[in-house]
Design a binder for this molecule. Structure first.
Ligand SMILES: [Zn+2]
Length: 325
């Protein structure tokens, strides 16, 4: 007798009833880039529809995000001043600290996640403190990351998201937060962040490209799978509350394995290059718009619980209009 799997695809009602994966607005995190200055809302040339916003321009953006039903944002700050030690990264009146406070004032119910790294703030563009030999000094960097994290918590961040890939950063940040009595501030660790070619548009957006060398001594080698599981294990052991894989679409196997192996919420960061590849393909008419939903859905199906994506507002609009796409 023929096994008739097609019975479950007979019509839309049946298909929707047996659907195994769903994407809801609560799964999405919208990235925001905040710049110094006033009255600035400037589209980032490398990231269509994504803007550099000054703090006074955050209000409209935050209201739109809340009205769409998005529950969380991740903030990136672009300072005016950079130095070797990234000192504007941990200043109480730094760009991202003021942005965190502003967003919390505008929408206390919105979950504010703050990216913790040094590359936007250092003159050399590396994610840590660089020694005279041009090496990123892991343990020295930890002290700075801890200071940055505490300054974000003080400003009101709900979750700290370290993206630097130094060894021991989750433990150092957890210890510093606890010592300052920020025990309820969570850590969303960029656990498996690969040295990917997909970050180009972000580096333009965040003005964070390294001015010498590359990031391969701290970001992961794209050939590796077991190493990603090891990084997740270390982060969990050090006190991470969420683990993350970045980028997403080329690393769905890593998302799946991490999700199957560990109990923590799995976050996937669908990065700038993934966004622009899809946007350009749709804008050029090469692929239909549904490719955006299908791509994000594949990240969910792979095992991500939460997705950071530049498509968050776009998807939320679609989901709000139709309930599903
Ligand atoms: Zn960095």
């Amino acid at each position: 007798m023929i096994k008739r799997a097609r019975r479950l695809r007979k019509n839309d009602a049946i298909r929707s009833m047996v659907r195994e994966t769903s994407l809801v607005i609560e799964d999405l995190i919208q990235p925001i880039f905040v710049v110094e200055g006033e009255n600035i809302k400037k589209e980032i040339p490398s990231l269509k529809d994504i803007y550099h916003l000054s703090i006074d321009k955050l209000e409209d953006e935050i209201h739109e995000i809340c009205n769409l039903g998005i529950r969380a944002v991740i903030l990136f700050g672009l300072p005016n001043d950079k130095d070797e030690f990234g000192s504007s990264a941990y200043a109480d009146d730094g760009i991202v600290q003021r942005a965190i406070a502003k967003v919390k004032e505008l929408a206390p119910q919105l979950c504010v996640i703050s990216d913790v790294c040094m590359c936007q703030y250092t003159s050399h563009g590396h994610c840590g403190i660089v020694t005279g030999d041009g090496i990123v000094d892991n343990d020295e960097t930890l002290k700075y990351l801890a200071k940055i994290a505490v300054s974000h918590a003080k400003a009101g961040a709900d979750i700290i998201a370290p993206s630097d890939m130094m060894d021991g950063r989750v433990g150092a940040i957890r210890k510093a937060l606890d010592e300052q009595e920020y025990v309820d501030v969570g850590i969303m660790s960029y656990s498996a962040k690969y040295a990917s070619s997909l970050y180009g548009p972000f580096r333009d957006a965040a003005k964070s490209a390294p001015n010498f060398g590359d990031r391969k001594t701290y970001q992961m080698d794209p050939h590796n799978r077991l190493e990603a599981l090891k990084e997740m294990k270390y982060d969990i052991h050090e006190g991470a509350d969420y683990i993350m894989v970045k980028p997403a679409l080329l690393y769905l196997d890593i998302i799946r394995e991490g999700r199957s192996r560990y109990e923590l919420p799995m976050v996937a960061y669908m990065v700038s290059g993934e966004y622009m590849m899809l946007r350009n393909a749709v804008d050029m008419g090469v692929l239909s718009e549904n490719i955006i939903y299908e791509s994000v859905m594949s990240i969910k199906r792979a095992g991500a619980d939460i997705i950071i994506t530049y498509f968050a507002k776009y998807l939320a609009k679609k989901l709000k209009q139709t309930g599903s796409i």
